[in-house]
Write a protein that binds this ligand. Structure first.
Ligand code: HEM
Length: 134
């Protein structure tokens, strides 16, 4: 079980770069859409969808590592402040990344997405720092 957890953690660790690239690309696209007052296009839909998917995959991988490590290491694993902070912070990131603001007028949607993704980026930066860093 420990071996599976180790492999999943390596994948989780590498997958962070997929999340980071998509987060950056989506943030920049939302910012441009907000400032240039453009309409919502297919690329906006796709980028937000891909970012949501990448975060969902990261979430599942992280949760599996958390469960497997708790089973092998025992309850003490959950007493690690770093693990708890990383997990809780990233729960918030998953929520922030999946807010769609679909009912808002387009320009407000771009603005809200930009702000939510900026917050998500700050949270991810901090959350990775506490589990060994970048
Ligand atoms: C709610 C979602 C997430 C959960 C439940 C989760 C869970 C975990 C757990 C349990 C660990 C092992 C910590 C340890 O034993 O010290 C870990 C490590 C890590 N996580 Fe997450 N994580 C989540 C989201 C993320 C996100 C969004 C990123 C970055 C984009 C990320 C990047 C990392 C990195 C870089 C490590 C260290 C890997 C290593 O030691 O090689 N995680 N995560």
């Amino acid at each position: 079980m420990q071996a599976i957890s180790t492999v999943l953690l390596v994948i989780h660790s590498l997958w962070r770069w997929v999340v980071v690239v998509l987060l950056l690309a989506t943030f920049i696209k939302m910012l441009i859409g907000w400032l240039s007052k453009s309409g919502w296009g297919d690329l906006d839909t796709n980028l937000t969808k891909w970012l949501g998917m990448s975060l969902g995959i990261q979430f599942v991988l992280g949760l599996l590592v958390l469960v497997l490590n708790t089973l092998t290491v025992g309850g003490a694993y959950l007493q690690s402040a770093a693990v708890i902070e990383h997990t809780v912070t990233n729960f918030i990131v998953v929520i922030l990344g999946s807010l769609s603001f679909k009912k808002a007028p387009v320009n407000k949607r771009f603005r809200n997405k930009t702000i939510a993704l900026l917050l998500a980026a700050v949270f991810i930066y901090r959350a990775v720092q506490v589990v060994g860093g970048w």
